[in-house]
Write a protein that binds this ligand. Structure first.
Ligand SMILES: [Zn+2]
Length: 497
């Protein structure tokens, strides 16, 4: 056994170095990399990724993991889970023919690149070619990975969120359609309460950067462990619990878009940073499921960031930065503005109330795509149909419509986890308020107690727990979507009364 473990550690050391280089390169490629150098950067990333695959798909490595998995009960808890995760991934990846896998990797880099290019020209023809390849690959992937219990689109959903399938998501979204949609439609007819001057203001970007720094520091995310750069579609990436980097996007007329994007990404970042050191360099560190991760990012962004208490802390900071622009604007104006419910196209900019519907639109498109009801060319039409059905509007183009998100340029099955993450967040929020005076802390911009609470209850465990287990451990009850629906109805009834 000792020999096996020694060999495993040696392999892991090498793989860790490859993936660290990849982490740096990919962060750079999507942020600061000069446009003309991007294809070269992508080529190096692909080379590194293939180097990793050479190891992980070699007979020597596979035999090693299989041997360790056979004797896993002799291992300590952390190594055992680490090996189990590695074994599961290897079994999955080994079902894909090697030439198909290689082709798919190249296709993934290309489609991400073409997605970004199409945004500049509005010509999506090259992206569509790559997207069709991607969908074809995923359809074949489903066939390779199908089991007696896991069929069709469920294979992709299970990949993103183990244990979740169409039936579970359908049940959740049926509730959203039945219990929440009529309420959303009613709110959409109400008049907005904020000072309309807020719609026309421009906010100097260098001051937005100051604001970002201030809020990041209040949230306890700083330069010692983090980094904030600019990109088109904000994301968070990490190497270990000492290096977690986020991105944002500054736009003069959208001050709050940057603010909430930063709070969202810092939510992801804090989760990784608060993980116990012992999980660094193991598969457990990357084993947190999408729903759990989104439950944290959307927690900081919405439950905390869009609360009245936080706005009371934020208001004087904003007035100090933008005294002229915010003349005549009150705390209430800001609170109503950041919580204004609108039928609009952009998912990332969507208010808390219409948000689950934006997700549901995408879930419907994916479901139809992989259940064989539509093909790639019909994605836009289907997307627009549901946008009209739920929100009463039709996007004028693909840029702010069907292909506004980067997700479909890399995979499928991610979107539904966003809505579930929000629903979990509502449960955690209700529970946190029993232990802490959350509002009193937020009014002071003090995230310390909140961070400690989340670390102790959720973050420190890293990827050792499944999401439903976390809910049960933290809230002492099973997942209950009614808590989410009630939170939304209470909050927006008060705002629009
Ligand atoms: Zn997120």
């Amino acid at each position: 056994m000792e020999e096996l473990l020694k060999k495993y550690k040696e392999y892991k050391e090498l793989l860790k170095k490859y993936s660290y280089c990849e982490f740096i390169l990919s962060y750079d490629a999507i942020t600061d990399c000069p446009k003309l150098d991007r294809p070269y950067s992508d080529e190096i990333q692909e080379w590194l990724y293939n180097k990793e695959l050479e190891i992980t798909l070699s007979d020597d490595y596979i035999n090693l993991i299989y041997a360790l998995n056979d004797k896993k009960d002799e291992l300590d808890e952390i190594t055992k889970l680490d090996i189990e995760i590695e074994y599961k991934e290897l079994v999955k990846i080994n079902k894909i023919p090697k030439d198909e896998l290689k082709k798919h990797i190249t296709n993934s880099y290309k489609s991400a690149y073409e997605w970004e290019e199409a945004r500049k020209t509005l010509d999506y023809s090259k992206f569509l070619v790559e997207l069709k390849e991607l969908v074809e690959f995923n359809k074949k992937y489903i066939k390779w990975e199908e089991t007696d219990t896991l069929k069709g689109y469920d294979v992709l959903l299970d990949d993103m969120e183990e244990g979740y399938n169409q039936k579970m998501y359908d049940e959740f979204f049926e509730k959203i359609e039945k219990d929440l949609l009529p309420f959303v439609k009613e709110v959409l007819t109400k008049e907005q309460k904020y000072n309309k001057k807020l719609d026309t203001l421009k906010f100097d970007i260098s001051k937005q950067k100051e604001l970002t720094k201030k809020i990041a520091s209040a949230m306890e995310y700083d330069d010692n462990v983090g980094c904030i750069r600019e990109t088109v579609h904000p994301f968070t990436n990490w190497a270990n619990n000492k290096d977690v980097r986020i991105t944002t996007r500054y736009q003069e007329d959208l001050l709050f878009s940057n603010l909430y994007s930063v709070m969202h990404e810092i939510g992801h970042a804090l989760f990784q940073l608060h993980m116990d050191d012992k999980y660094n360099d193991t598969n457990i560190f990357n084993n947190v499921t999408c729903i759990t991760h989104e439950s944290q990012s959307r927690f900081y962004e919405n439950y905390l960031g869009r609360s009245r208490a936080f706005i009371e802390y934020l208001y004087p900071i904003l007035v100090e930065l933008y005294p002229k622009e915010l003349e005549g604007i009150t705390v209430d104006d800001i609170y109503y503005y950041v919580n204004s419910v609108k039928a609009q196209f952009n998912r990332c900019e969507a208010d808390e109330l219409t948000y689950p519907l934006h997700v549901l639109i995408r879930y419907n498109v994916e479901k139809k795509l992989f259940n064989g009801e539509i093909d790639v060319d019909k994605m836009e039409e289907t997307f627009n149909y549901y946008m009209k059905e739920y929100l009463g509007i039709t996007p004028p183009n693909k840029l702010i419509g069907v292909f506004q998100d980067s997700h479909w340029s890399s995979g499928f099955g991610y979107f539904p986890t966003y809505a579930l993450g929000s629903a979990y967040g509502a449960m955690f929020y209700q529970e946190m308020k029993k232990d802490l005076d959350v509002d009193a802390d937020l009014r002071k911009g003090n995230f310390k107690n909140i961070n400690i609470w989340l670390t102790e209850k959720i973050h420190k465990f890293s990827g050792t727990k499944k999401n439903l287990e976390i809910v049960k451990d933290v809230c002492k009850i099973d997942f209950d979507p009614d808590i989410y629906i009630k939170y939304l109805k209470d909050k927006f009834t008060e705002i629009y009364k």
